[in-house]
Design a protein around this ligand. Structure first.
Ligand code: GRF
Length: 207
């Protein structure tokens, strides 16, 4: 079985990366992680990748004069490694329209809310402030607009009485770790190019 070659972009602790690494370690999983790139030197996710025997690279945004030249360096490294699908997993830089266009249909992201609600940062605080009773996470195709793009998989979790940002974030994160591998599997089985005909929705997935 030819496995889809995946590149993962991270900036931090990499718990979603870990969920993808664990899934890809299964012999029947249709994708493999070939490269992990971090824009932050010392990001814990780099250690997770190294432990799994995956090639890593640090491309620091601060070392580039412009967003475009930073994005071009990432693009070149991904293409050099023969990457077919890019997964953003806690990558805290906005990618330029040119970069996103170059990977159109082959770049996905995980966002900690039920999009289109609560784009941007502090999504759990936004959810608590709004009073919603249902919150969650979304894996979606990346387009030039922030936290936009066709939805592939969502998971919904309840907002419980007494929740604070931390407890809600933990419940959502456990769901993230379920749906990112699921979305990757769905795309890899479809050749990694296009959105599946039907996505998936998990309601309150067990941890
Ligand atoms: C996750 O909540 C993800 O949804 C968001 O950034 C966070 C990254 O966490 N985009 P981790 O680095 O995967 O642990």
């Amino acid at each position: 079985m030819a496995r889809l070659k995946v590149g993962v972009l991270i900036s931090g602790r990499g718990s979603n990366l870990q969920a993808l690494l664990d899934a890809c370690a299964r012999p029947d999983f249709p994708a493999e992680i070939a490269l992990v790139i971090s824009n932050i030197d010392g990001a814990y996710g780099l250690e997770r990748a190294a432990k799994a025997g995956i090639a890593t690279a640090v491309i620091s945004h601060g070392a580039f004069a412009s967003r475009d030249s930073f994005d071009q360096a990432i693009d070149a490294r991904l293409r050099q490694a023969g990457i077919e699908l890019v997964c953003l997993a806690g990558f805290m830089r906005v990618l330029s329209a040119g970069f996103v266009e170059g990977w159109r249909g082959r770049i996905i992201n995980i966002h900690p809310s039920l999009l289109p609600s609560f784009k941007g940062t502090h999504t759990h605080a936004q959810a608590l402030a709004s009073g919603v009773k249902l919150h969650g996470c979304t894996v979606h195709h990346v387009t030039a607009a922030l936290d936009d793009g066709p939805i592939i998989v969502q998971a919904a979790v309840p907002v419980l009485p007494g929740d604070d940002e931390e407890s809600l974030a933990a419940r959502v994160l456990a769901a993230e770790h379920r749906i990112y591998p699921l979305a990757l599997k769905m795309l890899a089985e479809g050749g990694g190019q296009k959105a599946p005909q039907e996505g998936a929705l998990l309601i309150n997935p067990p941890e």
